[in-house]
Ligand binder design. Structure first.
Ligand code: AMP
Length: 353
């Protein structure tokens, strides 16, 4: 288990004038690298052999460190290199998936932006619901037993695989028939979550919480572009084609302005609940996945406790960040701004765990 004390000690050995923002070359790495560059910090991307030429080809990337496998990040050799370079790890979705939330908690002895425990909470769908409910958010009805299915449901499997293998079912018979075709180990199948399918409009708001001044910002908002479900809506009829929910891109969106006060209140409640459930709670960027119903109610079905890939549509800032800053402020840049400000106030220990 990596202790906070140990991380603080590593930080004490850092040259705080030469901090390097580090992540895996994937997901939102280019935005994070540009954000560091814009804030006058250096960046370093950990890439596998296949992706190394790609990431080296972007002028915003300072250093690419090639590794054979992402799990090598846990090796003492790579961690030593990162500490020598004063690296601060910024976890994104692929980072958590490739390295593993448990490994980050147990073995990664390099300072990381935000709490490590929160990554464990976001990796477990049941814990996510516990968190959302504790924040007073409305969540889709869950069905523990397939026999109880009395409406359209979406069946989800563990792991952040971008919606692969999910299916819709309208009753128990439909559920059982479709479950047979799912090509996953029985143990994974047994761990599925059966959720009410909420029909409405989707919003994925990007928040940033800073413990430095206890502020919550709305930096942007996107909708995930999912295959094939977003293609099906172009057909006059579904022709019996089953929808799938594999993320292939992101689309920017703004929310009706009268809904924003309620959205911010929900964001603040998410932060408040996280502090109670797993101190120090949610720090830095996070995102809620939600549907807005015709009654203008938000129903949240997921919380991502780190930068999300949907922020990539706002590398040059968003309609919301433009109201907060007089300069283009992406989520990646906001992360580096936080690191820079914490360093200037000698408060890095409050944001790095
Ligand atoms: P998730 O893996 O939870 O992010 O879900 C993948 C996608 O499935 C989402 O982006 C939505 O398009 C859709 N989805 C997930 N849960 C629900 C739900 N309860 N109601 C409606 N759509 C959902």
């Amino acid at each position: 288990m990596i202790s906070k004390k140990g991380i603080d000690k590593v930080l004490e050995g850092y040259n705080q004038k030469k901090l390097v923002v580090c992540t895996i070359g994937s997901h939102s790495a280019l935005q994070i690298a540009k954000g560091a560059r814009d804030e006058g910090l250096s960046n370093l991307l950990l890439c596998n052999r296949k992706n190394t030429p790609f990431y080296k080809s972007w002028p915003v990337v300072d250093v690419v460190l090639t590794i054979d496998s992402y799990k090598d990040i846990l090796s003492e050799k790579v961690q030593e290199v990162l500490r020598e370079r004063n690296a601060i790890i910024v976890p994104h979705g692929s980072f958590v998936e490739y390295v593993g939330a448990g490994n980050i908690l147990e073995k990664l002895n390099v300072p990381l932006l935000g709490s490590r425990v929160v990554l464990e909470w976001e990796s477990d769908r049941k814990k996510q619901f516990q968190w959302l409910k504790a924040a007073g958010a409305r969540t889709p009805k869950e069905f523990q037993n397939p026999e109880d299915i009395d409406r359209l449901v979406i069946v989800k499997f563990p792991g952040a695989k971008g919606g692969a293998d999910y299916f819709l079912a309208k009753d128990e018979k439909d559920y059982s028939t479709k479950m047979i075709d799912v090509n996953l180990p029985d143990k994974v199948k047994a761990d599925c979550m059966i959720q009410e399918y909420v029909v409405g409009t989707r919003f994925y708001p990007h928040f940033f919480y800073s413990p430095l001044d206890d502020s919550l910002q709305l930096l942007g908002m996107d909708i995930r572009y999912e295959s094939n479900v977003d293609g099906l809506s172009r057909l006059p009829d579904s022709f019996g084609i089953e929808p799938s929910y594999v993320v292939t891109g992101n689309i920017p969106v703004v929310m009706r302005e009268s809904l924003l006060p309620g959205l911010m209140e929900l964001g603040r409640n998410i932060v408040k609940a996280s502090k109670k459930l797993f101190p120090p709670g949610m720090l830095g960027p996070f995102c809620l996945e939600m549907v807005c119903t015709p009654e203008l109610e938000f129903v949240c079905f997921e919380v991502s406790a780190r930068i999300v890939a949907g922020t990539n549509v706002f590398v040059n800032g968003s309609p919301y960040s433009a109201l907060l800053y007089d300069e283009p402020m992406s989520c990646g840049r906001r992360i580096s701004r936080e690191i820079k400000e914490a360093a200037a106030q000698d408060k890095l220990k409050e944001i790095l765990y």
